[in-house]
Structures are given as structure tokens and as C-alpha cells.
Write a protein that binds this ligand. Structure first.
Ligand code: 5AD
Ligand code: SF4
Length: 446
């Protein structure tokens, strides 16, 4: 049997898709990249904005007709769109067999076999105390250097624009021993870098009596032999504790890079978004962190054109980009999500205005990103090699501890052997648009 899977949206979805593939690999399914050869097609969806949501319908338009030639084909839709629309998706899309929610990942094999037996479409979107499937451990890809480990799921924050709490459910933290075991297994399989994942990792464990804090969890992961680098995403600025900031100084493997979603720079907009911090308190946290880790690289998420955002509010966002100096931003036009509080707000901004603000925001950020990349030239960075460079030409590719991409060559003399997963000292010689170019320094052996 062959399984084909298409994934939209965030890293959590990518990680969930890995778990789904693992569940079916245990049932002797093989992964295929050819939808036409598949016995089971799965679409793992995202509803954070309208655009990824619409992708589902064009995908179904491509895959459902495949059933004419392969009547045995089973098509399943999971993830956030599935959670939100449930049964209604089955009604809207004849030919779709399964809708499975964000807590039902582990029941998918049963759903597939029930459809095979009865040829009746099913929808399963109940929330559970603990989302099913979190304990499925996907085997890392051969040659993989990094792996994602989900430590918590769901969100209790209910920012007014955001669909996530509605479709992922309440915060649930995995027991820390299970997380440590998973990271240890990954280390044994040769993984060097772990990305700890959750919608709001800073509040890890707070709801589970007796559970360790997120900073303590990082401490435990730091002790695991073989793991060289630890990263995490996503953080909420209001929950960036002093304990967590201090961890950046005390934990040798915790990388100096942090994704800290700002969303907007105006306090009025932040309040209406329900973010529970101000531009000033955000800047204070950044200053505290930079005092401890001066070279920390920051990235962020920005929403432009939130309902009621004035030109002056928008200018505050641009000011924050300048003040913080992010390496990179992920910026989006506000997209109204049915069922969220902001969907009922007045003063919607026109699409033209949103587009224009987005362009200005991105143009400013391009110049900031370029300035920060150029400031790296002449420095020597530790690079974890992820593989040969896409450009070929005998170059290698990897990331610095700050998560900057470096493509580098090796000196012909003295001979240095490059291995994937190795750490090398690389001298940065040039800044390109989104990456750096470098050369291994003579004593760059791992
Ligand atoms: N419209 C636009 N962007 C959104 N995000 C979340 N909800 C919306 C929305 N309704 C963005 C936020 C979040 C990122 C994952 O997606 O910036 O941090
Ligand atoms: Fe959405 Fe806010 Fe929760 Fe992030 S913290 S997932 S933006 S509700």
C-alpha cells in the first residue's frame, strides 16, 4: 500500500504529518511522492489565514477525480480546517472519505480501515483531554541532522484574531519523561539539533501539577549526550520569564536565536488583539535578553491591517522593526477567521490598504535583514552542516547557532573533510540576500 501526504501551514503540521507517515509505515505503507500511485491520500490542513484554507479545495479538486481510475483510493483531510468544519466538509466535498480532527491523529488507521470495509465517509473531530498521537515517535529521515519534538499543543490565550485555540483546543503539555525519552532516542539515531515545538512553549507544564517548567525542561534536554543544539518555537512575549531568559546564559546547547511574535507595534492594536503586553514591555524583555546574550538573533510575526489599524498605528509597527532589529520577519495581511472575536470588529481595513502596508513593512525589513547579514562578514561562526549546498559546485550548506544559513566551501589545503551533522568553524566572507557565504577556517575540523 502507498500513502501520499500533503502538508500546509506550520511546523506543528509538518511534525504531525511525520507522525501520520510513521503510523502507516508500521502498517507496511510506503510513502510516495506520486499522488496517482497512492492508495491513501492525506491532506493536512491549516486555517490560520484564508489563503492556506483555500488550498485544500484546489487540492481536493485534483485528487477526488483520481478515484475514477482508482475506486479503492481513500482520501482523508486532517488538521485545523478539518477540525473546524468537520461533517460539513464531507457534505461540501463528495468523494472525500475521512475528516479527522487535530486530536484524532492516532485514530486515522482505524478510520481508514472502517472506510475500506463500509465505503461510508466518516468524520471524527472530538477534542480529548490529551490530543491523540502526541506520543507517536516518527523515525528521523536518513541523513537528517535536526528533528522537531512536540512538547505541548493547543493554546489558552485566545488572541482576538486567532483560530488556533478554536481548532487545536486547550493547552496540553506532554509529560517531561516522554519528551526526554524521545530526544534521547533521536540523539541515539544521530540527530544533533532539536526544535521543541508548541503553540506557546513558554507555558509548558504550568497546568500540569508537579510538572517541571519550560526552562527546567530545557535544562534536562541540555544534558542529553549527542544533542549539540536546542531551539524552540513559539514563544509568547508575555510569558518570557526571567528564568527562561537566564537559561540562554546557563545552557550551553541552547542556541542564541528566538522567535518572539510581536504582531503589532501600537499599544492600541495590541490591546484589541488581546496580546497582554505593550511595545515597551516587549522591548524590556528584548533588552534583558540582549544583556545576557548580546548576539541573540530575533525573528518575529507581524500582522498588518488589523481592524481599526490607523496609519499611525502601522508606523508604530515599523518603528518596532527598527528598534528591535529582527533578522527576519514573517508578515501577513490580517485575515478574518470565522468564530474569532476580531471577525466581529468594525473598521475592517481594505485589501488594497493591507497590501500596501505589507509591501512597506517587507521593504523596510529587507533593508534591516540585509544590514544585519552584512554585519556578519568578517566573523567566524560555528556551522552545523545540513548537507551539500543546493547550488552544488562542491559547496556545503548549514546554519550558524543564530540560525543563519551559510553556504560554504572548504579550503583545498590543508585537507578538511566535511561530514553532514558535523560542526565547523566558518569564516563569513559575503552576505547574499537571504544567506551568507563562507569558507571553513583551517582548523575547522569538528
Ligand atoms: N490573520 C493574519 N495572520 C494571522 N496569524 C494568526 N492569525 C492570523 C490572522 N487571522 C499569524 C500570526 C501568528 C502566525 C502564526 O500567523 O502572526 O503569529
Ligand atoms: Fe494564536 Fe495567540 Fe495562541 Fe499564538 S498565543 S496560537 S497567536 S491565540
Amino acid at each position: 500500500m502507498k500513502i501520499f501526504i500533503e502538508t500546509y501551514g506550520c511546523q506543528m503540521n509538518v511534525s504531525d504529518s511525520g507522525k501520520i507517515v510513521q503510523l502507516f509505515a508500521d502498517l507496511n505503507y510506503q510513502l510516495t511522492t506520486e499522488s496517482r500511485a497512492a492508495d491513501l491520500i492525506i491532506i493536512n490542513t491549516c486555517s490560520v489565514r484564508e489563503k492556506p484554507e483555500l488550498k485544500l479545495f484546489s487540492a481536493l479538486g485534483r485528487y477526488i477525480p483520481l478515484k475514477r481510475k482508482r475506486p479503492e483510493l481513500v482520501i482523508a483531510v486532517g488538521g485545523c480546517v478539518a477540525q473546524q468544519w468537520g461533517e460539513q466538509l464531507l457534505e461540501r466535498c463528495p468523494g472525500l472519505d475521512i475528516v479527522f480532527g487535530t486530536h484524532q491523529l492516532d485514530t486515522l488507521p482505524e478510520l481508514v480501515s472502517s472506510v475500506r470495509d463500509s465505503r461510508k465517509a466518516v468524520s471524527s473531530t472530538a477534542f480529548r483531554m490529551a490530543p491523540g498521537g502526541l506520543e507517536v515517535m516518527a523515525r528521523p529521515q536518513p541523513q537528517a541532522v535536526s528533528a522537531m519534538v512536540t512538547i505541548m499543543q493547543g493554546c489558552d490565550n485566545f488572541c482576538s484574531y486567532c483560530i488556533v485555540p478554536h481548532v487545536r483546543g486547550r493547552e496540553y503539555s506532554r509529560p517531561s519523561p516522554a519528551i526526554i525519552e524521545e530526544v534521547s532516542r533521536l540523539a541515539d539515531a544521530g540527530i544533533k539539533e532539536v526544535m521543541l515545538l508548541g503553540q506557546n512553549v513558554n507555558s509548558y507544564g504550568l497546568k500540569e501539577p508537579g510538572e517541571i517548567s519550560f526552562a527546567q525542561l530545557l535544562g534536562r534536554v541540555n544534558e542529553i549526550e549527542g544533542i549539540e543544539r536546542i531551539r524552540f518555537t513559539t514563544s509568547h512575549p508575555k510569558d518570557m520569564s526571567d528564568e527562561l531568559i537566564a537559561a540562554f546564559a546557563s545552557l550551553s546547547k541552547l542556541c542564541p536565536s528566538l522567535h518572539l511574535p510581536l504582531q503589532a507595534g501600537s499599544d492600541t492594536v495590541l490591546k484589541r488583539m488581546g496580546r497582554r503586553y505593550t511595545a515597551a514591555s516587549y522591548l524590556e524583555k528584548v533588552a534583558k535578553l540582549r544583556e545576557i546574550v548580546p548576539d541573540v538573533a530575533l525573528t518575529t510575526d507581524i500582522i498588518v491591517g488589523f481592524p481599526g489599524e490607523s496609519e499611525d498605528d502601522f508606523q508604530q509597527t515599523l518603528k518596532m522593526l527598527e528598534k528591535v532589529g529582527y533578522d527576519q520577519i514573517y508578515s501577513f495581511k490580517y485575515s478574518s477567521r470565522p468564530g474569532t472575536k476580531a471577525a466581529d470588529y468594525e473598521d475592517m481595513i481594505s485589501d488594497d490598504e493591507k497590501r500596501e502596508r505589507l509591501a512597506r513593512c517587507q521593504a523596510l525589513q529587507d533593508s534591516i535583514s540585509q544590514r544585519l547579514l552584512k554585519a556578519q562578514v568578517g566573523k567566524v561562526s560555528e556551522v552545523l552542516v545540513t548537507g551539500p549546498s543546493k547550488r552544488g559546485a562542491g559547496e556545503w550548506s548549514g546554519r550558524t547557532r543564530e540560525s543563519r544559513i551559510v553556504n560554504f566551501s572548504k579550503p583545498s589545503s590543508p585537507e578538511v573533510e566535511i561530514v553532514v551533522g558535523g560542526l565547523y568553524k566558518v569564516s563569513i566572507i559575503k552576505a547574499l540576500k537571504h544567506s551568507l557565504k563562507g569558507e571553513v577556517v583551517a582548523d575547522g575540523n569538528p
